[in-house]
Design a protein around this ligand. Sequence first.
Ligand code: PLP
Length: 391
Amino acid sequence: MSATQIIHSIPSDPLTGAISVPVYQTSTFIQEAPGVNKGYDYARTNNPTRKVLEDVVANLEGGHSGFAFATGLAAIDAVLKLLSAGDEIIAVDDIYGGAYRLFTHVYEKLGVKVHYVDTTDASNVADKISSKTKLVWIESPTNPTLKVSDIQTIAIIAKSVGALLVVDNTFASPIAQKPIALGADIVIHSGTKYIGGHSDLVAGLVVTKTQELSEKIKFVQNASGGVLGPWDCFLTIRGIETLELRYKKQCENAFAVAAFLSNHHAVDEVFYPGLVTHKNHAIAKRQQNGLFGGIVSFTLKEDTQDATNQFVTSTSYFKLAESLGGVKSLLCHPPQMTHCSIPREIRLQSGIKDSLIRLSCGIEDAHDLINDLSQAFAGVNKQKSKHYVES
Ligand SMILES: *Cc1c(COP(=O)(O)O)cnc(C)c1O
């Protein structure tokens, strides 16, 4: 979808001609007679502002229907509610920490078994898949080590046993990647990140490929009720108006930052799918539309908590905070923040070293971001020599 198509997929108000989407801040809708209404009866079931967002997002992802939830995790939860006790999931090992917590501490207790595998090698999925597998759950690129999995190949493997392929497309955004066109059945987003784009709301989105799946998710959305409120729907729609512009700038900044980090003597490893040195660069190039995202992770040569803490508290444009995808650059230390609910051994297994730092590049000027990182490295070095003198 071009920027033009995205912007003009957002309708103006047919009633008044308002060019922006009205916020229908209402709980209920007056009925002419019992069951006779204008398509809306109660705001959990449907709301006109939410309907616009859901249609726009379905269109963005090339799916049948879209659904808006209160958070990304509420969206994930709605998909998991398609399962029954005894069903199994094969999930990417480098999964978002909150998804891991939900899978492990809520759904495993209810009798759903989850197998975590390295999905960057599709044969690992083929090895674990069985008639009990109902969902294959991947993120691509993953958070925070930006592993990329081959969606097309994994879709074929999932289909061989009738399992659904779910892709968390939060990092790639619909600008870089269209999982449904690559064979996925369901796409989910944390709308909190790139789609909202301004670090001013939390939201979740589900897009389904078929009418049958749409009906199932619609049922869960209404039955469980974790919907997004109309004001946040409005803000999310407004975010989508500039999604293409923002995402491309963020990718450009991330590329410049990744190149800078790759040449820095204090950096051990840089994770960015746009680098030819990245393990999954070839797949990323093929399935991501030439865009590699706004997130860059790296580890320090000095792989210690002290050096890492010093670095993440020394930047000025990169603010230390959880979350990503907004116009302002953020940085975070996943082992102590977003991924602290994952045990250290499991973190290390999936490549999340103690000094792993994740950057979310915003839309500032690339040279300012690079200068900011450069002075933070200088701070780490200064601290080091100070320790040396003192001891
Ligand atoms: C943030 C995030 C989520 C969870 O979304 P919330 O809006 O925070 O609930 C899920 N998946 C990925 C990849 C994320 O980055």
